[in-house]
Design a protein around this ligand. Structure first.
Ligand code: KG4
Ligand code: ZN
Length: 339
């Protein structure tokens, strides 16, 4: 069975085809980063208009790459939320129209479930149960995944999402939007932990995070070192990254202890960060367990994760009608179990 997946929740249009026997057979992505960079962040109306232009050509592209006729698909999956309402509507409308015209089921997918399951596209894939750390532009979540589709939130950020903290810190260092990947490049030029920024909320015995204070600590350091700021930027980026990595390590260790699980799945845009990947890999090595990540290309938004999650929901018989419904806010814990 081959499913088409459409992602359009924010500033990336992603389309892919997943085959439950052969795996991923085609994927394509158009990123709007250059368009939004000029404004320093995503402009929702521009995002929606651009998705409208991109979806159909990308669908044509993946069908031809997979050498498939539309009728050979078993269903059409799309991101139904959370995300920007206009952007979500473009994908939902395209998916519902296509599914209706082809007389196929239309499968709404939760964007964060897409991220969470993306590491399952890799070989070897993680086995259930596991703890999932979801770190993206809008979410920071630690989740107990006892079985497919069952998501119990163990902790989350009480203020900024981690990706947001990366982007805001990058902005303080004069880097363009989205600054996360550029901040990573800058941090590679830094050495040691020059600034020793605070590690927020480590003493509390829960799995929640707070990143707003860390960002403010960077701001204070920037203001204090106005004279020699340029030469200190790599150190600032490095110290910020180390504070984040330490925090994630402690909170993941706590979640693993709480659940007794030995598998950690790390997903979402920020999981592309090399320091974070190596730190959590090391942690799981020490815990005699294993950490799993998506390939870097599938850490940030993409169609493959929506096609894959869509296939799981489709197989569980969870698909809707052709009503165009989107959910800009949609807690992951509201999803039905998959088995
Ligand atoms: O998952 P994603 O593509 O979109 C959301 O669902 O939010 O995540 C985007 C976020 C942005 O904040 C971006 O700066 C961050 O992920 N990001 C990174 C890296 N690559 C992307 N942050 C740190 N290091 C990276 N290498
Ligand atoms: Zn995302």
């Amino acid at each position: 069975m081959k499913i088409l997946g459409i992602e359009s929740s924010c500033d990336e249009t992603g389309v892919a085809i997943y085959d439950d026997e052969q795996g991923l057979i085609a994927h394509a992505l158009h990123t709007q980063i250059a368009m939004h960079a000029e404004y320093g962040g995503v402009v929702p109306e521009l995002a929606s208009r651009d998705h409208i232009k991109r979806i159909v050509p990308l669908v044509r592209h993946v069908l031809s790459e997979a050498k498939l006729a539309p009728k050979e698909l078993c269903a059409v999956a799309y991101t139904a939320g959370p995300g920007l309402i206009g952007a979500l509507l473009t994908g939902a409308m395209a998916a519902a129209s296509l599914a209706y015209a082809l007389d196929l089921p239309c499968v709404p997918v939760h964007h964060m479930e897409g991220h969470l399951l993306a590491p399952l596209l890799e070989t070897p894939a993680p086995q259930f149960p596991f703890v999932a750390l979801l770190i993206s532009g809008g979410h920071t979540l630690l989740i107990k995944v006892s079985k497919p589709g069952s998501y119990e939130i163990l902790g989350q950020s009480v203020d900024d999402a981690l990706g947001e903290a990366f982007d805001k810190t990058a902005k303080l260092l004069g880097l363009p939007y989205p600054g996360g990947p550029l901040l990573e490049q800058l941090s590679l030029k830094g050495k040691g932990d020059y600034f020793k920024f605070p590690r927020p909320m480590l003493k509390n015995q829960h799995c929640n995070f707070s990143f707003a204070g860390l960002k403010t600590a960077v701001l204070n350091a920037v203001l204090e070192h106005e004279q020699d700021l340029e030469s200190l930027k790599p150190q600032l980026a490095r110290s910020f990254t180390l504070a984040v990595a330490d925090t994630l390590e402690v909170k993941c260790r706590r979640a693993l202890k709480l659940t007794g699980y030995k598998t950690l799945v790390v997903a979402g845009g920020v999981s592309a960060n090399t320091e974070i990947r190596s730190r959590l890999t090391e942690l799981m090595h020490k815990q005699q367990g294993q950490a799993f990540f998506a390939r870097k290309e599938f850490c940030t938004d993409n169609g493959a994760m929506i096609a894959f999650a869509g296939m799981q929901r489709f197989k569980a018989g969870q698909f809707g009608d052709y009503k165009v419904k989107v959910f800009p806010r949609w807690p992951l814990s509201e999803l039905k179990a998959l088995s």
